[in-house]
Design a protein around this ligand. Structure first.
Ligand SMILES: Nc1ncnc2c1ncn2[C@@H]1O[C@H](COP(=O)(O)OP(=O)(O)OP(=O)(O)O)[C@@H](O)[C@H]1O
Length: 271
């Protein structure tokens, strides 16, 4: 049962009436941000990884909980896919810490090899997600980012109902921005009374390597209208670039000034 009076996220939590997770007195997590998308493959995990790296560079203590149990990508994106989580007493689970000092937890740290599928039914997956919040030794964190599974299914519901979220960052690609795919996810968060901090438009444009011109592949004129109708803030637009792939897949540390300033804008909007 939840015990809101001892919950470290109490002051910013909007889900006290539905939260059903035990608090771990060893953890002190100031803000918990869910990163969500209406469908798969739009860059939700990539955005989670970039935000974690940016917040970490700004001096915050950051963790990432990979709640995408059947399609975990955080270990690879954070360059720690060969690591395994340990639990010396069989209860407390120690997260895998990246070279930048970001704490991460993913189901892939618990399988013999990362190609092994997780063939579990919904309730077991839901319990694992809760366990990752409750039993992982996150200790003191300024931000815990939760990489949510795509869409509005069972596990997304478990995250939203069980974990005291400060808010949600929605990730979309431009061509879905004004579609029911984003609207469904937004409306789910609203139904559950969870703040939507805003939307990151990923793969918003490509940049010509020769002339630096920004090329928008999708010219959706309705985006602004949709965002204002849904009462959503545009947190920032990320380009589709090799740089982002190099940072997230190859662990490259250098971030161009341009990408850094986009990430600063996003992070300043959600802090
Ligand atoms: N801005 C970007 N520029 C270039 N490639 C990108 C960008 N964003 C994401 N990608 C690539 O697109 C692919 C999908 O990204 P990612 O795994 O982050 O999506 P996702 O929404 O988390 O997917 P899933 O459905 O597995 O949860 C990855 O190969 C990633 O490197």
């Amino acid at each position: 049962m939840s015990n809101c009076s001892s919950c470290p996220s109490k002051s910013s939590c909007k889900s006290q009436s539905t939260c059903n997770i035990e608090n771990n007195p060893k953890n002190n997590i100031k803000k918990v941000i869910g990163v969500m998308s209406g469908k798969g493959g739009v860059g939700k995990s990539t955005v989670t990884a970039l935000l974690a790296k940016k917040l970490n560079k700004m001096g915050y203590k950051v963790g990432i909980l990979d709640s995408d149990i059947t399609g975990p990508s955080i270990p690879r994106l954070m360059g720690v896919s060969n690591e395994r989580a340990i639990s010396p007493n069989g209860k407390d689970i120690y997260p895998v810490i990246t070279k930048e000092n970001i704490k991460t937890m993913s189901v892939n740290y618990m399988v013999d090899n990362e190609n092994q599928p997780i063939v579990w039914k919904g309730p077991l997956i839901g319990n694992t997600v809760k366990q990752f919040y409750r039993d992982v030794m996150w200790e003191d964190l300024d931000y815990l980012l939760i990489d949510m599974p795509p869409g509005t299914g069972d596990v997304a519901l478990t995250v939203m109902q069980s974990i005291p979220l400060t808010g949600i960052v929605m990730v979309s690609v431009p061509q879905d921005m004004i579609s029911m795919i984003v609207a469904k996810a937004v409306n789910m968060a609203k139904m559950l009374n969870i703040d939507i901090l805003g939307v990151v438009e990923n793969m918003s444009y490509i940049q010509c390597p020769d002339c630096d011109k920004k090329i928008k592949l999708f010219e959706g004129e309705e985006t602004e209208k949709f965002l204002s109708e849904m009462n959503l803030k545009l947190l920032g637009e990320l380009p589709m670039t090799k740089e982002i792939i190099n940072i997230t897949h190859n662990g490259v540390n250098e971030i161009s000034m341009e990408l850094d300033s986009i990430l600063t804008g996003i992070v300043n909007n959600i802090k």
